[in-house]
Every structure is written in C-alpha cells, then in structure tokens.
Ligand binder design. Structure first.
Ligand code: AMP
Ligand code: MG
Length: 418
C-alpha cells in the first residue's frame, strides 16, 4: 500500500531518471571484463561460455530404437497376417552383428542400435508373438517409424552453444551429450560489497539499544553468489568518513564491481556519495522508482560502483533492475529479455503518479485456473518479509495512478532473476 503522499520531486536542478533510462545508461557505461578460464563441466553451472562449442560427433551417434518392439524391414510388412521370423535380440549398448534379410526381424529394446537392413520398429503391442516369430496385426509400419536417426539431436560440426550462453542444467547436459568434458568460460566477476550504518550489528551478536541486524549484506551475498560472482564481503562499516574512505579503497583495489548499501540518501551521516565523488566518479543517483530512489552509480579505481539504498527491499529491487543486468553485460552474457507477464490484479492497488513502482505480488491461479496477482500487503521498503512472501514484482509505470481490481497489470516473476 502506498501512502499517496507525493515524494516524487527531485531536488532543484536534478532530474529523476526513469528505470529504463537508468538501466540503459548503466549498460552503456559498463564493459566486458577481461579473462577467460577453462573449467571442468561440473564446475561450469552459472558461468558464461567464452567461446562457441562445436560438436565433434552426431547425437545420437547411431540410429536406434525409440520403442521396445521389433526391428523390421518396412518393405516386408504388407499388412495384417504378415509373418516375420525373429532371428535374435538387440539390447541398448550392444550392436546386432547380423544384417536383416527379407522376412526376418529382431527383438529390440529402446536405445538399442538398429540392426543393418532394418528401417523401422514396430511396437511390441502391435504384433502377436509365437515360438519362432511375430505376426502383424492391422498396423503397417512405415520406413523410419520409431527410429531415432543418427544426428537427429546434434550433428557433427553443429554449434551446440554460442559464446555468451549462461550454463544451466540443460546446457551442461547437452555439452556432456556431445562428449565435452570442460569449457572456456568468462572468469567470475569479483564483487566487493559492504553495508554502511552505525546502527548495524551482524548476526551472532546481541542487539544494543537502537541497533538492527545487518540483513543487506546477507541478502546481497546470496544474490551475488546466485549470479555467479566471486564475493568479497567487507563487513558493516560505521558512518564515519575515514572508515567509509578506507572501505572504498580496499574495495576498489581488486574488484570489478563494488556494491554498498545505505548512506546514499541526503541524511547527515550519509558518506557514500561524498566519498565516491572524492575517490572516484559518480554518474547519477536519483531514479524515478519505488522502492530504490537514491541509487549511486559510478566508478571507483578500476571498478564499477553501485551505491544501493539502505532499505532491504530497495536493495533487492535495485539489484535485480540495475546490478544484475550490469553483471550480465560485464560477463558478456547474451542479452536477456525480461520475463514480463500480463495478468489480472485480484485487488485494488494504490499508487500515486510519479515514480515507477515495483510492488511485491503473489502470482497464483484462481479458482477458474486464470493467473492473477495479489499484493503482499504493506509496501514500505523496510518490510523485507514482503519480498519473502512475494514471487513477483507488480510493475506499475510511473504515470499510473493505481489499479482497480480486475484490471490487467504487468508482473515480473522472481524466477526471471535466477
Ligand atoms: P540509509 O540510506 O543509510 O539512510 O538507510 C535507510 C534505511 O535502511 C535505514 O532505516 C537503515 O537503518 C536501513 N538500513 C541500512 N542498511 C541496512 C542494512 N545493511 N540492513 C538492514 N537495514 C539497513
Ligand atoms: Mg545509513
């Protein structure tokens, strides 16, 4: 639920950037990192291929049966009553040595190589078996029936996967199917991150009065690992000019990307933007989005820098909308089309025009089987439980003045960020 109060004004002389403008500027500014490495296949999930992979074999490597049944010469099968002599059995992994002659067939199992001379497989349910042979019922198998042809999945010389492909289960399996034991991938992005705030305590310590647990660093650590990054957790840094400066120096020394949370608003103890101006470059820092308006983006030594807001929901929303696309570009991943679905809102959603909102929603099927979205409830950006209850963002454009129950809205499922 939004308060409806207008908090959308930029300070004088400063314009708010739309989410799309902001993302585009970020993508224009970041470069692909140098460095590729060879990794064994099982170390490759989540990594991005640095070169295309070409298959050196056909898959399947030989014609084989798609069914348990009988390998036949289709020309022999004139119709019901046709009798064929069974001359042996053919199992997966064991080629059949003898070529099939007219009037002969071979018992065959799924995956077994098709014997020479055979060109079709008839399902065992469609024949009658006796001691020495089979008798066809009404069905006449055509040439190629229930045969998996050599190279039907992948041909020798085919590009199996393009450079820029992020490797998941299907890709790793596909690479294994063509006999590839390891691949050249982009090296992992080195990401240094820290939280800022005098109020922050880390888990495992008791809470002193006025303190809260630092949850951003934990959420960020998971987001970064899931995105395949090498994480350098620099801890929680006090709101102290020198401490923030020291953390910036440490972070910028080795990282490709530096992320901070907190300290980018205009509060008196917010040193992040000030320090970035001093030690690096700051490009912009106000987005027409909610949550996540204050966002610093810039450069720190050799690294790109994002100063994320302090509130935990804002951290996750800005990570997904800005940091993740930047990380994808930096690792040279092929462009990703966001998964946006148009579904009915089951309830009224309140919103004031001004900033694009990423409300937390629960996407589910209603009693009629239609996909609908329901709000998780209160939408303030400190309510991290709203992210945990949600399975999608409800995307409300900047000019929207709210949504009536039953109207169509765009949603972005969280699985899009996996
Ligand atoms: P700031 O931008 O530093 O003013 O922080 C905005 C809000 O987010 C404040 O209520 C902070 O206490 C809170 N916050 C900042 N950093 C964290 C963190 N790491 N974990 C949880 N809450 C935080
Ligand atoms: Mg703070």
């Amino acid at each position: 639920m939004t308060t409806g109060k207008s908090d959308n004004c930029a300070p004088p002389g400063e314009t708010l950037l739309s989410v799309d403008q902001g993302r585009q500027r970020i993508l224009d500014a970041v470069d692909v990192i140098d460095g590729v490495e060879y990794v064994p296949l099982l170390d490759a999930p989540g990594r991005v291929l640095a070169e295309a992979v070409v298959s050196a074999i056909d898959v399947p490597p030989f014609a084989n049966s798609a069914m348990d049944g009988y390998a036949v010469r289709s020309a022999d099968c004139s119709g019901a009553g046709t009798r064929l002599k069974v001359i042996g059995s053919c199992f997966a992994g064991a080629p059949f040595a003898t070529e099939l002659q007219a009037g002969q067939c071979v018992r065959i199992m799924t995956g077994a190589p098709l014997p020479a001379g055979a060109d079709a497989v008839i399902m065992q349910e469609l024949v009658t078996r006796d001691d020495t042979g089979i008798r066809l019922q009404a069905h006449r198998p055509g040439a190629g029936e229930h045969v998996r042809h050599a190279g039907e999945d992948t041909r020798c010389g085919d590009v199996v996967l393009e450079a820029g492909t992020r490797l998941g289960a299907a890709e790793i399996g596909l690479l294994a199917s063509v006999g590839v034991a390891g691949v050249q991938v982009r090296r992992r992005l080195r990401v240094a991150f820290f939280s800022t705030g005098d109020e922050l305590t880390s888990v495992g310590n008791p809470l002193a009065p006025g303190q809260i647990y630092d949850c951003n660093r934990y959420a960020l650590s998971v987001l970064l690992s899931q995105a395949g990054a090498e994480c350098h957790d620099l801890g929680a840094i006090a709101d102290d000019r020198e401490a923030v400066r020291a953390a910036f120096r440490r972070a910028g020394a080795t990282a490709d990307l530096v992320l901070t949370s907190g300290g980018v608003s205009v509060g008196e103890a917010d040193y992040v933007t000030e320090t970035l101006r001093e030690l690096g470059e700051i490009d912009f820092w106000r987005m027409a989005m909610k949550p996540g308006k204050p966002l610093a983006f810039g450069r720190l030594q050799g690294a790109r820098f994002f100063g994320l807001p302090g509130n935990p929901v804002s951290v996750m929303a800005t990570f997904y909308q800005f940091v993740l696309p930047a990380m994808r570009k930096m690792t040279d991943e092929n462009p990703h089309t966001p998964l946006v679905l148009r579904v009915r809102s089951s309830e009224t959603l309140r919103k004031a025009p001004g900033r694009a909102e990423f409300q937390r929603g629960i996407l589910r099927r209603d009693a009629q089987g239609e996909w609908t979205v329901t709000s998780t409830g209160k939408q303030e950006s400190h309510l991290l439980s709203s992210m945990s209850k949600a399975n999608c963002f409800i995307l409300l454009p900047a000019d929207s003045a709210g949504v009536q129950a039953g109207e169509l809205v765009n949603v972005q499922p969280f699985c899009d960020f996996a």
